[in-house]
Design a protein around this ligand. Structure first.
Ligand code: ADP
Length: 552
């Protein structure tokens, strides 16, 4: 028996756009410019400019259904225009990670067969040298000021964004698309092998946006202003630009001003109530505020994810600045919201902590199971580890294989029955809280037992002298592998003897897990999205480039 509901109304991004620009037309998008006045606009005006962009792309540049239109842009209101225009007209938005090495960017653009690249003028020096190797790009659209002389003589046609939009109609007859059609694509950072493309559908974006808006997720309302520091090329800024058009939450966009100083300034000046970013950004902000206090009291909550958030940092934000941190887990393949650490009700603030430092609970749209090391599935008992596998309507079922090619389903990433293998190892408690102990490839296998590199890092970062710590497995004759601890000392703090750090670790970590090998680092190497890049550390160690001390 079929339902009597309007099930044929497709869940499309144009519906989110129409809703946002009418019902929440006055909601604001403020973009930091680094000058006296930020750039200010509204959802209504953004929607009108999205229509103008769609007209320009169709009528001037010949973009049609399924064509890929890439963006190489910071978080700003023009990028939001592209976010809505491109999928709503039936084309596919491809956000490019501007921090990737040139080789990977070239690979990604060619693999996706992007026809157009919208690029912020400030990023032209990055794009221009790559253009001769971009085989499918016919048009470059320069958004905002920049030195266009670097584009002289290039093959693609060059356009100026404002000129392209000028005079075009401010409404567009958005086509009624299949909700399963491709809307946007994003490549994983490619830590092993070539980057892999995840293609989001209108339906997956729509459902994920509703999840972002739930109270047990980010739960923002029209009274809020959110600051997505997480880039719009990093899993769609965790879904925030789409989600806010559903709920009328205003946005403060940092553009290219991502250093702690300007971030602190824009928070003090524009008073956002929420922000989202990876831990390394927050660590920087804490240090900045310690050196130069600013008023960040408008911030009520921040969502932190992308890599394990050290509990000491969560505490510091709450104790020093009254900001409540919500820890979240996700991946490019999971759109990214996979789990969020909201504690159960009825607890005291102290009782909440053990829940809040986990990776959290899964929303109803995400089913989870733990593949046990010996086969089968581990119970949710808070103790039995396994590799996390997930499935749901905003989880990838495959990777983009290339134009005209079949999707890729490598067996290390997808189980035979279609679940996503996350590569993350952890335990799940009986009441559904996920605690990740490591990435499968970062686990330290010492004498047949597993040591969690994340646990050691978190414990080290709780020491008052330590700014950052990264722990990697190194080969050991006797034990197979042992942990090597790399520490970055806080500025202005004298280095602490390694013996003292080891004793400090011994308060919370079992003796046999304590590292013998130690090294002081200037910085922990980071990936293009700000995560600890442990493969660089492993390589440096293997090449004998690190000045390692071995304790007896
Ligand atoms: P990207 O950051 O570009 O999305 P990935 O999709 O590879 O790159 O990153 C996802 C991975 O990041 C997860 O599989 C997990 O290992 C790690 N991660 C994300 N959030 C957390 C978290 N809260 N705690 C621990 N690890 C996390």
């Amino acid at each position: 028996m079929l339902s009597t509901m309007q099930d044929d109304v497709p869940l499309t991004i144009s519906r989110i756009l129409r809703h946002g620009m009418t019902v929440h037309g006055d909601a604001r998008i403020t973009t930091w410019t680094g000058e006296a006045e930020p750039h200010r606009t509204t959802f209504r005006a953004t929607g009108e400019r999205a229509a103008q962009l769609a007209h320009a792309l169709r009528d001037e540049l010949g973009i049609g259904a399924e064509d890929r239109v890439a963006t190489l842009m910071w978080n700003n209101s023009s990028h939001v225009e592209a976010y809505f225009a491109i999928p709503s007209m039936g084309a596919v938005l491809h956000t490019l990670n501007l921090r990737l090495p040139a080789e990977q960017l070239v690979f990604i653009v060619n693999h996706a067969a992007d026809r157009v690249i919208l690029v912020n003028g400030t990023l032209l020096p990055l794009l221009a040298p790559l253009l001769p190797r971009l085989q499918t790009v016919e048009h470059v659209v320069v958004v905002g000021p920049g030195d266009t002389s670097v584009l002289e003589g290039c093959t693609p046609q060059v356009h100026e964004y404002e000129q392209l939009l000028a005079g075009r109609p401010t409404s567009y007859d958005w086509p009624e698309l299949d909700e399963r059609a491709a809307a946007a694509m994003c490549y994983t950072s490619g830590t092993t092998g070539d980057p892999k493309g995840v293609v989001y559908s209108h339906r997956s974006v729509y459902l994920h946006s509703m999840q972002v808006n739930m109270a047990e997720s980010m739960g923002l309302t029209t009274a809020d202003t959110t600051l997505p520091v997480v880039p719009m090329f990093h899993v769609n800024a965790w879904g925030l630009p789409h989600a806010v058009f559903m709920t009328g939450v205003s946005m403060l966009m940092p553009d290219r001003f991502l250093h702690p100083g300007p971030l602190a300034e824009m928070i003090a000046a524009e008073r956002p109530t929420h922000a989202a970013a990876v831990p390394v950004i927050w660590q920087g902000l804490l240090e900045e505020l310690a050196a130069t206090p600013r008023d960040i009291s408008s911030l009520k909550t921040v969502t932190i994810g992308g890599s394990a958030c050290p509990p000491s940092m969560m505490r510091a934000f709450e104790d020093l600045h009254g900001v409540r941190v919500c820890h979240a887990w996700g991946m490019t393949e999971t759109s990214p919201l996979g789990s969020l650490a909201h504690p159960p009700g009825g607890l005291t603030p102290e009782e909440e902590w053990p829940y809040r430092i986990t990776q959290g609970r899964f929303p109803a749209g995400v089913e989870a199971r733990l593949a046990a090391p010996g086969g089968g599935f581990a119970p949710w008992d808070g103790a039995s580890p396994g590799e996390l596998e997930v499935r749901g309507p905003w989880i990838a079922a495959a990777y983009f294989g290339g134009v005209g090619e079949e999707p890729l389903r490598p067996e290390e990433k997808f189980s035979p029955d279609g679940w996503l293998r996350t590569g993350d190892v952890g335990v799940i408690s009986p009441d559904g809280y996920l605690t990740l102990t490591d990435r499968a490839k970062d686990v330290i296998k010492s004498g047949g037992e597993w040591i969690s590199s994340v646990e050691l890092e978190n414990a080290l970062m709780a020491h008052e002298a330590v700014a950052e710590a990264a722990v990697v497995a190194v080969t050991d004759e006797k034990w197979g592998e042992r942990p090597l601890a790399g520490v970055v000392f806080k500025e202005g703090h004298d280095p602490v003897p390694y013996e003292e750090l080891r004793t400090f670790l011994g308060k919370t970590i079992a003796r046999w897990q304590l590292p013998e090998r130690w090294v002081t680092l200037d910085v922990v190497p980071k990936t293009s999205v700000g995560k600890f890049d442990k493969k660089v550390l492993r390589r440096q160690y293997a090449a004998g480039e690190l000045d390692v001390t071995k304790l007896g």
